[in-house]
Design a protein around this ligand. Structure first.
Ligand SMILES: [Fe+2]
Length: 192
């Protein structure tokens, strides 16, 4: 296209013309490699006896809207990442008999292993029945909901890459369906 035919577009409104940002820093190798050395991670163990105590209390809570019954296992050496390791989330999800955890989605993947109970999950419109010992994978941005069809509490062991996404400031959630938000300060629904 010749210059004379170029389509002109207005920019979005500009509130500031930026020359320098003081947080754009630089380091030499001598400075950078020591900076990269992080605190070591100590081996850790979570006893089921301790988890069960918190889990049982959460199972008795009234379920709030799209809320879930989750105990997240957090390793204290992971700092701001807040994972079981710096890039991995591990949680124990419970569903009381007959309970339905309504649909939501996020750009972290989720891997579910059934420790107890039976039910089904709907992942992007496809139903997957599950019972103790089964494992299923929910890919990033797939809508997912869970239903306990059994007579005992269903327990799901859930692994996600949520801390990695959060550390990159790239964790996106949609919950409830139609309400998309970016999980950074100021952008969550409760912040707006
Ligand atoms: Fe989820």
């Amino acid at each position: 296209m010749s210059e004379g035919n170029a389509v002109k577009h207005e920019t979005s409104p500009v509130t500031e013309v930026v020359d320098r940002t003081e947080w754009a820093q630089m380091m030499t190798d001598d400075e950078y490699y020591p900076f990269l050395v992080k605190k070591d991670l100590r081996p850790a163990i979570w006893r089921w006896q301790d988890v069960a105590e918190r889990f049982d209390a959460v199972l008795k809570d009234p379920l709030r809207n799209a809320d879930r019954r989750f105990i997240s296992l957090v390793h204290g050496d992971t700092g701001e990442a807040g994972g079981v390791f710096p890039s991995i989330f591990l949680g124990i999800q419970g569903l009381n008999p007959g309970e339905h955890i309504v649909a939501h989605r996020h750009n972290s993947y989720a891997l579910y292993h059934i420790l107890q109970g039976e039910g089904y999950s709907v992942l992007n419109g496809k139903r997957f029945d599950w019972k103790r010992g089964d494992t299923f994978a929910c890919p990033p941005m797939a809508f997912h909901e869970h239903i306990n069809t059994g007579t005992e509490v269903a327990i799901q062991y859930v692994i996600q890459d949520m801390p990695a996404r959060a550390m990159e400031r790239n964790l996106i959630w949609e919950e409830p369906v139609g309400n998309v938000f970016h999980m950074v300060e100021g952008n969550r629904p409760q912040d707006l």
